[in-house]
Design a protein around this ligand. Structure first.
Ligand SMILES: [Zn+2]
Length: 479
């Protein structure tokens, strides 16, 4: 797509077109040659790297270690856990030929690694002293997508998958909740996404899990994005793969396992949580460039401004900020301003001869509010403050948006209206058929049973039978 085709379809006019154009024009991603695949360009990959680094730190601080398992999984492994293979079968990519011959056993390109890691765990664990085993893997996975969407649903995507084995059910459940906490905190602190954490209903559970937990973010079109999940497997996979240990009393026991993942779709979540008609709006926590400096002037004046911009950039980097100097002298300042606005840079600084003479730089924030002169001397402290404030503003704005678009509904008509533009918090009977009926009528699904929901009961919003769960369920249309 030509970069001089300026702007994108306004978000308010066509959210889907806005998103599809923006992720390409902002140079986050490009389409891969195989349908459903994507290229993560440096700017988009930069956002992912920031998310990844922060999550990796949280994972390691809590005693987990990284490892790497093979991409190719024997088909027989997938078949050992019945629900798991049934859930994943429709989206598996299978290698049947290699080295010029048909393989004796087809190989699955990993869609997730419970099976291959489970098999290794069964060999690595023998005693209670080997537990807990706390592993994490950063990898790509392949799930064949019928309706691909850049960053949100791609045939191949990047993620981390935690896999742990424990001696007791309680310990495994604590681990599952710990992982949900990683994702909730990461989303809030780095991506300024005020997600709702909770449990999935039975019909939305991971294939093979006994309980699944999730974080759900509200996008600016009112739809939900599942942005990280963690699963308590009980001993399902331990039984399928023989993950056993000898307890202190010398008896042989099955382990309890968990798995949990967050993927590159989180980058798409950032786009849809904060973006506006002008383009991306990046929270400083995930912005590859938190500040862009545009030198202004021609000839000798431009050279002086560029030198001063480099000097300022060095001082800002010294204060721990991520700064880029836009030295593209063949482009006009106006072009550059629009470009960085489209690409969502939180703060832009303009530095020209007049600013230099005054010992100041002109600051423009991504959300408008006019320009303001900032003294060069105080710039590092002032910009650190501005970025912190910008991050807080985005979190607050997204929280207010979510609250305005979440309705506690009592009746079915209220439910239908609520899920047309946001989320409905409703009482539900807990039956899978009733959930399926709601989906057929409205395309909305049960997103989660929020952890922080107040105790509540009454008739199911759809069928009128008594409610289950003891609290309200969040419903919405989702990505
Ligand atoms: Zn019902």
């Amino acid at each position: 797509m030509a970069r001089d085709e300026r702007g994108v379809t306004p978000q308010s006019e066509d959210f889907s077109a806005w998103y599809n154009e923006l992720v390409l024009k902002a140079e986050l991603v490009d389409r891969g040659p195989v349908r459903g695949t994507m290229i993560m360009r440096p700017y988009g990959f930069g956002i992912w790297e920031l998310l990844q680094a922060d999550l990796d730190r949280r994972i390691k601080e809590t005693g987990h270690v990284n490892a790497y398992f093979p991409l190719l999984i024997p088909e027989s492994y997938m078949q050992r856990e019945a629900e798991h293979v049934e859930g994943f079968s429709p989206e598996l990519a299978v290698v049947t030929h290699a080295g010029g011959k048909e393989l004796e056993e087809p190989l699955i390109i990993r869609p997730t690694s419970e099976t291959i890691i489970g098999e290794a765990m069964s060999r690595w664990i023998s005693s209670h002293r080997d537990l807990p085993l706390l592993l994490n893997q950063w990898a790509n996975v392949v799930r064949w997508e019928m309706r691909p969407r850049l960053l949100l649903r791609t045939t191949e995507f990047l993620w981390q998958e935690g896999h742990t084995a424990h001696a007791s059910a309680d310990e495994a459940m604590t681990e599952t909740m710990l992982a949900t906490g990683f994702y909730r905190d990461l989303a809030r602190d780095l991506a300024a996404m005020p997600v709702i954490a909770g449990e999935k209903t039975a019909s939305e559970r991971f294939a093979g899990a006994q309980r699944t937990f999730t974080i759900e973010g509200m996008m600016r079109d009112g739809r939900a994005l599942q942005a990280g999940t963690s699963h308590y497997m009980g001993s399902n996979f331990a039984r399928a793969f023989g993950i056993q240990y000898t307890g202190p009393d010398d008896t042989l026991q099955y382990c309890f396992t968990t798995s949990w993942g967050m993927s590159s779709r989180m980058v798409g979540g950032v786009v849809m949580t904060h973006g506006d008609d002008q383009g991306l709006v990046l929270p400083p926590g995930v912005a590859p460039y938190q500040i862009v400096i545009v030198p202004i002037g021609r000839g000798a004046a431009e050279a002086a401004a560029t030198a001063a911009a480099q000097d300022l950039a060095g001082r800002l980097r010294g204060a721990g900020l991520r700064v880029h100097v836009d030295g593209r002298s063949h482009l006009s300042p106006g072009y550059k301003f629009n470009d960085w606005e489209l690409r969502g840079v939180p703060v832009r600084l303009e530095l020209g001869p007049r600013d230099l003479a005054a010992g100041t730089v002109l600051m423009a924030r991504r959300l408008g509010e006019g320009k303001e002169a900032v003294s060069l001397d105080s710039a590092p402290a002032r910009l650190s403050f501005e970025l912190t404030a910008f991050q807080a503003t985005l979190l607050q704005r997204a929280t207010e948006f979510r609250e305005q678009h979440t309705v506690q509904v009592q009746t079915w008509p209220e439910f239908v209206t609520a899920v047309a533009s946001g989320w409905a918090s409703a009482l539900h009977c807990g039956s899978a058929e009733c959930e399926a009926d709601i989906k057929a009528e409205t395309t909305a699904t049960a997103r989660c049973i929020p952890f922080d929901g107040e105790p509540d009961s009454g008739p199911c919003v759809r069928c009128g039978r008594p409610s289950d769960y003891g609290k309200r369920v969040l419903f919405g249309r989702s990505y």
